[in-house]
Design a protein around this ligand. Structure first.
Ligand SMILES: O=C(O)C(=O)C[C@H](O)[C@H](O)COP(=O)(O)O
Length: 214
């Protein structure tokens, strides 16, 4: 992996998550989409981008966005293996998101300068993540975990925790999530749909991003 051309100082997770109400969950199938997509989202006001490590070009996409779209704060999603911390850092990722938390990821996260937003699904997992030192968690998949009701219920016994619910959230209900006191931002793929990327309709993506920030 090459050294990133664009290297910023590490931002803390609360600072990153506070930059925008919606974190686009991005699946890059064509590397040529990476930079125009990032520019379109940033133009609409969404600066914090999660590029999922679900496609072969994902790491390269992160590198290109980090190098060519300095306004973007780009992180990796779908981080499931400890060695991915170093790979992601090497290409300029500023944060990582995992669908769940394992003991190997806890160890790797503590050895990395790149902050991790770990996924949880149950109160027990949230308590374990708290014990492991995490205060900001991704409720995943948020809708299947109980959505708004689950977040309200978690807020009672676990007031120290803040969430970025992700999974099954859409343009019609994301504001309901953002209205909860323990929600810092929401993640979702609706602002970076594959259909719009395939069509090269960057303007429509900017419009969706702008609506999400309004
Ligand atoms: O790959 C990962 O680790 C993820 O982050 C999964 C995403 O959270 C969901 O794919 C969100 O997708 P939507 O429900 O379409 O908004």
């Amino acid at each position: 992996m090459s050294t990133p051309i664009h290297q910023t100082e590490n931002m803390a997770l609360p600072q990153i998550l506070g930059l925008a109400p919606v974190m686009p969950v991005i699946v890059i199938e064509d590397l040529a989409h990476a930079v125009p997509l990032a520019k379109a989202l940033v133009a609409g006001g969404l600066r914090v981008l999660e590029v999922t490590l679900r496609t072969p070009v994902a790491m390269q996409a992160v590198a290109m966005i980090a190098a060519e779209v300095p306004e973007a704060v780009v992180g990796v999603g779908t981080l499931t293996r400890p060695e991915q911390f170093a790979e992601a850092e090497a290409v300029g990722a500023q944060f990582a998101v995992s669908p769940g938390l394992t003991s190997a990821l806890v160890v790797a996260s503590k050895q990395s300068a790149m902050p991790l937003l770990p996924g949880i699904f149950t109160p027990g997992e949230a308590m374990q993540a708290f014990e492991d030192g995490f205060r900001y968690l991704k409720l995943f998949p948020a809708k299947q975990a109980g959505g708004l009701g689950m977040l309200k219920a978690l807020g009672g016994p676990l007031p120290e925790l803040s969430f970025c619910p992700t999974g099954g959230i859409s343009s019609t209900d994301f504001r309901d999530y953002l209205a909860l006191p323990n929600v810092v931002c929401v993640g979702g793929s609706w602002v970076a749909s594959l259909e719009l990327m395939r069509a090269g309709d960057w303007q429509a993506i900017t419009q969706l991003a702008a609506e999400a920030t309004a």
